[in-house]
Design a protein around this ligand. Structure first.
Ligand SMILES: [Zn+2]
Length: 358
């Protein structure tokens, strides 16, 4: 029986090594190389079909793509001289420059407020629209109950000292932000705040304390003006989209405009105004919703006293990295007196309060 090739090669090299000392090293190398090649050959032989398929696919791939490589094109004469020039020029061109970047100077951009994007609306159309009308205490008709609320303030702040525990299902503490949209099953009743011009709405459970706060402020000589308590989703979307459009008109891309708009106004579906627990407050002498309000008498009064009536500054200065909303000294959120007291004392924003107490 004829011995297989590898056996014969092995025998040949072993024989060679035995013949002379000097031939031993070449024999060992020869033996190793032969074994290696045999192994590879054997491996390929056993998987013939598989390898044939792979090579076939590789060939198809190369043929299919070869025409897109300039070198292949030239070698195969598939390009005209004219084209050749272009191809080569494109490949060697070292002076390719990036498209001019359009930089938007964010510092110079003033943040748009709700009022800034309301052009084009008729006054009549806007009347009654939340977010537009501002009302002073003496323009609000249902002020009865203010006195009662004040006595309540005293009793509840006494209870506060006993140490409070908080319930995460408490409607007063509901956390609404970009990460926590309004729960689908959230329900509340809108109550009217009757004014001389019409009716505003917010969660009925906070009206009494809101009016008590306005009353107390006016006794201290500060005339607060409330605006935009409740906004429905549709109105929230109008404001948001108008802001995006306004920023895009200034040369921003949609993504940039979206990003910056979501800092200035909360994303639709993630606003406390939609559940009637947030109120924008300014004063009779300072009516714009901007950072300057913090320095006014009304802004200072509110910061000092809002917690006594269960309200907190929802987007405080220095907490922007947590709330992801710029400082809004006019935006107050009702959380109840107990929570407001704790948040005030420990300098917590609502997100921090949740992390610590709920
Ligand atoms: Zn607001």
């Amino acid at each position: 029986m004829k011995r297989p090739l590898n056996e014969r090669a092995k025998a040949f090299f072993i024989n060679m090594g035995r013949q002379s000392r000097f031939l031993r090293l070449p024999a060992i190398i020869g033996l190793a190389v032969t074994m290696l090649f045999y192994q590879v050959y054997d491996y390929c032989r056993k998987g013939t079909k598989r390898f044939a398929c792979t090579i076939f696919i590789l060939c198809c791939f190369m043929v299919g793509n070869s025409f897109s490589f300039p070198v292949f094109q030239e070698d195969n004469g598939f390009v005209s001289d004219n084209e050749k020039e272009n191809t080569v020029a494109a490949v060697v061109a070292s002076d390719i420059t990036l498209a001019n970047e359009q930089t938007v100077a964010y510092d110079e951009l003033e943040m748009l407020e709700d009022e800034d994007v309301l052009d084009g609306y008729e006054d009549a159309e806007l009347h009654g629209m939340e977010g537009v009308d501002k009302y002073l205490l003496d323009e609000i008709i249902n002020t009865e109950g203010g006195e009662e609320a004040k006595t309540e303030v005293v009793t509840e702040s006494e209870g506060e000292e006993k140490g409070a525990s908080f319930d995460e299902n408490d409607w007063k503490l509901v956390l609404i932000n970009k990460q926590h949209p309004i729960p689908e099953d959230y329900t509340f009743t809108l109550g009217p705040i009757k004014t001389i011009k019409g009716t505003m709405q917010c969660d009925e459970r906070i009206i009494e304390e809101l009016l008590a706060m306005m009353q107390a402020a006016s006794e201290d000589g500060v005339n607060l003006a409330i605006c935009s308590p409740y906004r429905d989703l549709a109105w929230q979307e109008v404001l948001f989209n108008r802001k995006i459009k306004a920023y895009m008109n200034k040369g921003m891309s949609y993504m940039e405009a979206y990003k910056i708009s979501s800092q200035a106004v909360t994303v639709p579906g993630a606003s406390e105004h939609q559940i009637g627990l947030a109120i924008d407050i300014v004063s009779d002498v300072y009516t714009t919703l901007d950072e300057g309000f913090a320095e006014t008498d009304a802004g200072i009064w509110l910061e000092e006293h809002c917690a006594e009536y269960g309200f907190v500054l929802r987007y405080p200065k220095g907490k922007e990295y947590i709330t992801s909303i710029e400082f809004e000294p006019w935006h107050f959120r009702y959380v109840g007196k107990e929570a407001a007291g704790v948040m005030m004392k420990e300098n917590l924003c609502l997100e921090e309060f949740w992390e610590k107490y709920l």
